[in-house]
Design a protein around this ligand. Structure first.
Ligand code: KG4
Ligand code: ZN
Length: 410
């Protein structure tokens, strides 16, 4: 208490202008990274210091445009990134009070993602890098999702990470900043893509509550008032003893049921089914069950191979679909039952943003890996694995998992 009041007395004793100057110079003693994200449909930028303080951030979401066109059209996404990137980066810099000259490095997503979108972020960043003679840190978008949690919590390596988004579904062990073991991934589409496509098939854009929500948000919202038990969708890959995922077959099955219901109710595609909440609840439940089952096996595999600390092991969940409260609660029940901690960034940092890219830049600066002083030959890569693929070993381990308890699913 004495220490605190002394601190405040000292702070108050300084004139305001001097206080701002001293705060500013304290920030400038720390390394500062500008992060730029354009891998999909969000133009994001942020300035983060090496203590994880977010000094400034800005984002431009293209969601509304893509909702109207029924999905992302890459040249449209490219044009919107090109139209907004300068404004977004400047907003992040101005709100941080940091000039480009004061940055320690510029970090930008270069893989994986939509080629046309990645290209805009990379060429903009390279211009800045050359103009201000700054080091460049190329970022793997999924590595950034995986490390975001360390900006907020004290999580040591190694930890297990589940990344569920619109483009990916990955289970991996994060051994270090740039060192991952890939345990499994989606063999077809990602859960966010499935949720987006089912939402479109249900015409959520015409639903008064959901018109401006992403597909996943819309399904989560409707599912709250639905009965998941009224529809029985098959759980994907239940015969496969591995950590891979599949969602395309499930989506076809759901679409088939929607078509049947439309015929029964005598309505056209575009109109809203009376049973929409029940279908949303069953969809969300089946996706959550599939994800939980693969995660359970990944935890058992890590325990068998001693890949995680024997006490206080952590599962980190991130990516846009990790914003889903129901999926989080199911995964919390799984980790509680298996003696693991669960950590998820807040929804705002689960979906794409510039902060996670800037923070990944800080992580790489601190570890001294992947910092480029010469950017000749740098290219974006639309496809890029995360880490070393050990999914065959996982399958060969042939791990059977105990039944998930009914009460995990509400
Ligand atoms: O990570 P993200 O912003 O972009 C990619 O890298 O893909 O994830 C976007 C995805 C979309 O498919 C969106 O429908 C889904 O995240 N999403 C959700 C929720 N909010 C966003 N899915 C389920 N529940 C949510 N609350
Ligand atoms: Zn993402």
């Amino acid at each position: 208490m004495i220490g605190t009041s002394f601190y405040y007395t000292c702070k108050r004793a300084l004139p305001l202008r001097k206080r701002i100057v001293s705060l500013h110079s304290a920030v400038k003693d720390l390394r500062l990274v500008l992060g730029i994200e354009t891998s999909c449909d969000d133009t994001g930028a942020a300035v983060v210091d090496e203590n994880g303080r977010i000094l400034g951030e800005a984002i431009h979401s293209q969601k509304e445009v893509h909702l109207k066109t029924g999905g992302i059209i890459p040249p449209v996404a490219q044009k919107l990134h090109a139209d907004n990137i300068d404004r977004v980066v400047n907003e992040a810099l101005v709100s941080s009070g940091i000039t480009p000259q004061e940055l320690s490095a510029i970090a930008t997503t270069v893989k994986p993602g939509l080629a046309l979108s990645l290209g805009i972020g990379l060429s903009y960043s390279l211009k800045m890098v050359n103009q201000y003679s700054k080091p460049f840190i190329p970022i793997h978008h999924m590595e950034a999702h995986a490390l975001t949690v360390r900006l907020l919590h004290n999580v040591d390596f190694p930890f297990l990470v589940l990344l569920i988004s619109g483009g990916h579904c990955i289970l991996a062990v994060a051994k270090n900043v740039s060192d991952f073991l890939l345990l499994g991934q989606s063999l077809d589409e990602a859960p966010g893509e499935t949720l987006d496509k089912v939402s479109r098939r249900l015409s959520l854009i015409n639903h008064p509550d959901c018109a401006s929500m992403s597909g996943g948000q819309g399904i989560e919202h409707l599912a709250q008032n639905g009965n998941r038990k009224l529809y029985n969708f098959r759980i994907p890959m239940s015969q496969h003893q591995d950590c891979n995922f599949s969602f395309a077959g499930l989506r076809n099955h759901i679409n088939h049921v929607i078509r049947k219901k439309e015929m029964e109710e005598g309505i056209q595609q575009g109109q809203i089914l009376s049973c929409i909440a029940d279908i949303a609840a069953a969809t969300q439940y089946t996706i959550a069950f599939h994800i939980a089952k693969r995660t359970q096996r990944a935890i058992l595999f890590c325990k068998k191979e001693c890949l995680l600390p024997s006490t206080a092991a952590t599962l980190v969940v991130s990516g846009g679909v990790a914003s889903n409260g129901y999926i989080r609660r199911v995964l919390k029940s799984v980790t509680d039952s298996m003696d693991m901690a669960l950590l998820c960034p807040p929804p705002k940092l689960c979906t794409d943003n510039g902060v996670m890219i800037a923070w990944n830049g800080i992580e790489r600066l601190r570890a001294g890996v992947g910092i480029m002083n010469n950017t000749d030959g740098i290219r974006y890569e639309p496809r890029a694995l995360l880490g070393i693929d050990v999914s065959d070993h996982v399958r060969e381990a042939n791990i059977r998992v105990p039944s998930l308890k009914e009460h995990f699913f509400g």
